[in-house]
Design a protein around this ligand. Sequence first.
Ligand code: PLP
Length: 491
Amino acid sequence: MPMQLDGITLTADDHGAGRADGYPGRSRARTHAVDRGSVDVQAIRRHFVFPGVGRVVTNNAASTQPPDELLELYRSLAAGYENVHRGQSDASRAMTALFEESYDTIARFLGAPGRASIALYRNTTEAINAVMYSLLTEFRDGDNVVTTMMEHNSNYVPWYAMCREILPRLGRRVEYRLARFDPGTGELDLDHLASLIDARTKLVCCTGASNFLGTRIRLPAVRALADGSGYRQPSGERRSYLLVDAAQLVPGSFVDVQALDVDYLAFSFHKLLAPFGVGVLYAKEHLLASSLPFLYGGDMIAEGRVFPDRVGYTCLPWKFAAGTPNILGAIVSAQALRILLDLALSPECPAYFGTGKPIERAAVESAMGRVSAWNRQLTSRALDGLGAIPGITIYGPRDPARRTSLVAFNAAGRDPVAVAEGLNRAGVESRAGCHCATLAHHALELTPRGSCRLSFYLYNTLDEVDQAVAAVAAIAAGPSGPAERGFPWTG
Ligand code: PLP
């Protein structure tokens, strides 16, 4: 049964039950050569609620704003609301086709070979925990896992817990090692990383981009180091696996998981225009095929293959989809990728949203190239503006090309939370604290002080950056409040 979506008949694409283009009345096939155009920010903003209510949303590294179309999509899907893989009605089959097709869209966006490499979880954190629990039984006594001081706690605490709390109870000693970063440049210390990786390193876990310093990690260099370890994996491979926390990378960059040759990669859709609730784990198919599932139960078993003495698991990716999934969330999230392409490439004339047609890699590269270029302009403006304010310390690389679209800073003698609250009074949204990058804040002796962070996305304007910078300048020049004077750091 096709689903009606605002006059569009939403059916599955050729991987599901639908026609070749899958979307009657929407034959807008267009091919994209990689281009160097720029985003039309004013046209993009018309798709969102927040500009109309006067918000300056500059806290996008935490979560981005959802375009109207995605919110409307939830309502439209209500007409055919049903569970997936659990019914013979037209509605159930149509919903199943849309749900399964979402995996194809996500795979194409990432350059993955297919849906068998995609597992969906609630967020990046859960996706990384899924890897930890799947690999738990594979770690041998004396192995190690190498991660960095630049990680979000989501890519440190699971490994800490595995090494310090879980495996010791099973009588196994596995250690974690932390690679340093340069406090001046904000770059990962690759020499230190190299010194930590050895023949007992099963896994290297690394952020794709720091959510505090903004640094883009040189992933090919990290891959090369992981390749050289000589660790003997159960598959026979002689190298360390590489897991990339791409929560800050995927939303603003062209990512090709096969070109990067990552073994695992995780990100969250709520930082990429979609509503909250869905995160992605990409993993090489042979790893998902050979590893134990993270969650066990319904729908991850092969039909009829559950006996008192044995259980058979179903095929990928459903082996990693135990229990009723976040069906609407997955469909809306995959459509978020499509609307991201449309907003970046042709906001007045969408080509991908509301369809199931395969997204072309060239379109993804063009769109993400534009998003990344605009983010860089915004970041460059913020770095210049903040850098000109007396008493401001900016963390991370100076070169905007080495960063994602966030800038964390401190104002001399000011509590960053008070700065963020001052910004809020000036109508500018930001975030203060450790941003869950607690290790890096410790390394810079910024605990418990933290930092204040502005972060941008494709719908932000240069005027908004200027407004944020002017508000920081006013706060930095103004009198400090009683609470701020109580803090131990000054100057
Ligand atoms: N990793 C990085 C680099 C992040 O920036 C974030 C969120 O801010 C996460 C992981 C955790 O994402 P989530 O809260 O969606 O699990």
